[in-house]
Ligand binder design. Structure first.
Ligand code: SAM
Length: 234
């Protein structure tokens, strides 16, 4: 149950310096959230691509979270002293993997404790648990009630990425996201034109679950949605 988790009461009381010590004093907060990050493959792939952007994984399983934490610590250590590749104008960018962290918790319950309104520019739901049975559908991480929370955390213009190997779940996620007034489907082609290609590639290939699906030659169904200001009329 949830009492074992140590949730912050509200985002304002969060001390991100603990998670991103190299960014201390920068005033930065996470802009990418990987919900149900599993073993962290996406975060590790994205970290060097956006060295100035803080990213956060949220994972409910204790051992898995511990594993990701160790993985990040090891990567930070083995890259210590190196500089990040991106050129930053005024201040130097902290070393590789300093921009990635993980927290343990139930993202379906406590996302608003971590994220301020409009804080995120990207949210990832990669290979979420399918909860096949009809009576378990309310346990799905994409659901009408939760979409309001995701829309709250994601800023207008931000993108929510979903991918799964389960066709029925794909259709469910698309159906609910399309029905929600603050999200609008955006094609992969459009996102590539806007320069999100490397992110889409990471979404498809970098996670442990995605690699498993690949080994088993399963299908991958991706759908991406833009957070819009308000419903379009006409
Ligand atoms: N995204 C990862 C990937 O693609 O490899 C992991 C996919 S795995 C099938 C689903 C993950 O979501 C599991 O690690 C599970 O523990 C986590 N998860 C399920 N419900 C969650 C919740 N309510 N909050 C946070 N994580 C959750």
């Amino acid at each position: 149950s949830d009492h074992q988790f140590d949730y912050p009461p509200e985002p304002a009381q969060l001390d991100w310096d603990v998670h991103y010590p190299a960014f201390k004093g920068s005033g930065k907060v996470p802009e990418f959230a990987d919900i149900g990050c599993g073993f962290g493959g996406l975060l590790i792939a994205l970290a060097p691509l956006f060295p100035d952007v803080l990213m956060l994984g949220m994972e409910i399983r204790v051992q898995v979270t511990d594993y990701v934490e160790d993985r990040i610590s090891a990567l930070r250590l083995s890259n210590a002293g190196k500089t990040s590749e991106a050129e930053s104008s005024s201040t130097p960018t902290p070393g590789p993997y300093q921009n990635v962290a993980v927290v343990r918790g139930n993202a379906m319950k406590f996302l608003p404790n971590y994220m301020k309104k409009g804080q995120l520019s990207k949210m990832f739901f990669l290979f979420p648990d399918p909860h096949f049975k009809q009576r378990k559908h309310k346990a799905r991480i994409i659901s009408p009630t939760l979409l309001a929370e995701y829309a709250y955390a994601l800023r207008p213009g931000g993108v929510l990425y979903t991918i799964t190997d389960v066709k029925d779940l794909h259709e469910w996620m698309v159906q609910h996201l399309e029905a929600f007034p603050l999200f609008e489907r955006v094609s992969e082609e459009q996102l590539r034109e806007e320069g999100h290609g490397p992110v889409l590639d990471a979404v498809r290939t970098s996670t442990e679950e995605g690699q498993k699906v690949e080994r088993n030659q399963g299908d991958k169904f991706m759908a991406c949605f833009r957070r819009i200001e308000s419903r379009r009329t006409g």
